[in-house]
Design a protein around this ligand. Structure first.
Ligand SMILES: [Zn+2]
Length: 490
């Protein structure tokens, strides 16, 4: 009786007046990760950009309210990718010419649309380059963007890739280890670069987290300075006092061991660099032992399975003829990718490995990628929960494109043997909880922000169905997917 009364009142309440931005989605199957199974024939009312009501009964609304017929369709929360770099144009040369400026401009316009095209409505960029963040947020329709503050050690990775004169400008919050005798950049003082001072700066910037870099060199190299465990622990203590999470970049066995010792909250990569261990098959004992430590300390892991295949893509003749590229890459940029000038990073990789044998380089990258997938599968089997995090783009490769790379990351998780329900959780509730955003995102529940996907097929039946998006609902506004394609005029 009481329930009946509440229902009647609800109908009355919503019937009072139509608001701009109201949306009623009718007769749809709900897929929400806190539910054990899909629920058919539901009606969802969105008001003021948030979910206002969910009912098995039709909801009466004022005439003029926008309606969407969900018959035969599925409603999912929008996806979150918790590792993307919005300031990088995949594969573009670092050059100040009119051509490059125009390509960059076209990319900035399309990037948020490409993420939305693939249903990614929340992003976390672990770096904090404000000009790029402002340019992203100035776009008319864009995913909700969160960020960490990048905290490299002085002259360490990844600041080594920025010229010495611009390094401090790009990554102002570096850590200074007293033992590092490199001169400090002009105008900076050691006391501004203690763990506590750096954490305070990042907190003041509005970031959710700190990103540390635990990387002494790619492959077997050991050439870049590392912060000591004690310094990293001080960062963690200061960050936790300020309510910030700590992410640690690490993808090699020894570097992830360092990250685990330092007590980071999230390791920002999968474990694919098995150093000198033979990785031909199975899971070597040291890898399994590290996974067990990660499990025991409950450290979250961002798989970033697409890093190596994104490099291998440069050696695959079919990459640029993949029809999916036409949906996410601006036409001018796609044409430029086909020019000799755009092969600069591929040439660099070839000279790095000292080989011209493209087939061999491709197979090598894919073999390392397979190690990442085996390590992830083992972590899952230990009962660890997954996060969706693609690291787009992870290097200057055109093989990691916004939105599409997130979808490809989900495909690889499936190949690695992660069940579809867990991939769904990784992309929604797990990312939301991990980054303290579950009040607003991650499930379809009353009160949450209406970032939702209407799908034509059930993605819990096949991972490919994440590519069957019909409409993207962003803060309550529904847009047909095709409008976000790079082939559509904005
Ligand atoms: Zn990254």
């Amino acid at each position: 009786m009481f329930a009946r009364l509440c229902f009647t009142l609800t109908v009355l309440l919503f019937a009072l007046a139509a608001h701009a931005g109201d949306l009623l989605i009718e007769n749809i199957t709900l897929l929400s990760p806190e539910r054990s199974a899909p629920v058919g024939h539901q009606h969802v009312l969105i008001r003021g950009g948030r979910i206002a009501a969910i009912s098995a009964q039709p909801i009466a609304v004022a005439s003029g309210t926008a309606k969407l017929d969900g018959s035969g369709k599925y409603l999912s929360p929008g996806l979150m990718d918790s590792h993307v770099h919005i300031s990088s144009v995949p594969g573009l040369v670092d050059e100040d010419s009119a051509e490059v400026r125009a390509l960059r401009k076209a990319f900035i316009r399309q990037q948020p649309r490409s993420y939305l095209y693939h249903g990614v409505t929340q992003l976390l960029d672990p770096s904090n380059y404000l000009p790029a963040i402002n340019a992203f947020n100035a776009q008319p329709q864009k995913p909700d963007l969160f960020r960490c503050g990048a905290v490299p050690v002085l002259n360490g990775y990844p600041s080594v890739f920025v010229s010495a004169e611009h390094r401090h400008q790009h990554m102002p919050n570096f850590l200074h280890e007293p033992a590092n005798t490199d001169p400090l950049p002009t105008g900076t003082h050691a006391e501004q670069h203690t763990p506590e001072a750096v954490v305070a700066e990042v907190k003041a910037s509005g970031a959710l987290c700190i990103k540390l870099f635990i990387e002494d060199g790619f492959g077997d190299a050991s050439i870049w300075p590392l912060a000591r465990i004690e310094t990293l622990r001080r960062v963690r203590e200061a960050a936790h006092r300020e309510g910030l999470l700590v992410l640690g970049h690490a993808n090699a066995l020894d570097m992830q061991q360092h990250a685990v010792e330092a007590g980071v909250d999230v390791i920002a990569h999968g474990l694919w660099n098995w150093t000198s261990i033979d990785g031909t098959e199975g899971l070597p004992t040291p890898i399994a032992a590290l996974n067990q430590r990660i499990r025991e300390k409950n450290i979250a892991v961002q798989p970033t399975l697409r890093v190596l295949p994104g490099l291998a893509a440069l050696f695959d003749a079919n990459t640029l003829s993949d029809p999916a590229y036409t949906r996410v890459v601006p036409p001018a940029l796609l044409n430029w990718y086909r020019t000799p000038a755009a092969q600069w990073f591929k040439q660099e990789l070839k000279s790095e490995v000292g080989s011209d044998d493209e087939q061999r380089i491709y197979r090598r990258q894919m073999r390392i990628a397979d190690q990442a997938m085996r390590a992830l599968r083992d972590l899952y089997e230990r009962g660890h929960s997954m996060l969706l995090a693609s690291d787009t783009p992870s290097s200057p490769t055109y093989g990691n494109q916004p939105g599409y790379n997130t979808f490809q990351e989900m495909q690889l998780m499936a190949v690695a043997g992660i069940p579809l329900q867990e991939i769904f959780r990784a992309a929604t509730i797990n990312n939301a909880r991990q980054f303290g955003l579950e009040k607003d995102y991650g499930t379809i529940e009353v009160g949450k922000i209406a970032n939702l996907l209407v799908l034509n097929a059930n993605p819990l039946a096949s991972v490919e169905h994440w590519n069957a998006i019909d409409q993207i609902v962003l803060h309550g506004i529904a847009t047909p997917r095709a409008q976000f394609s790079a082939m559509a005029t904005p």
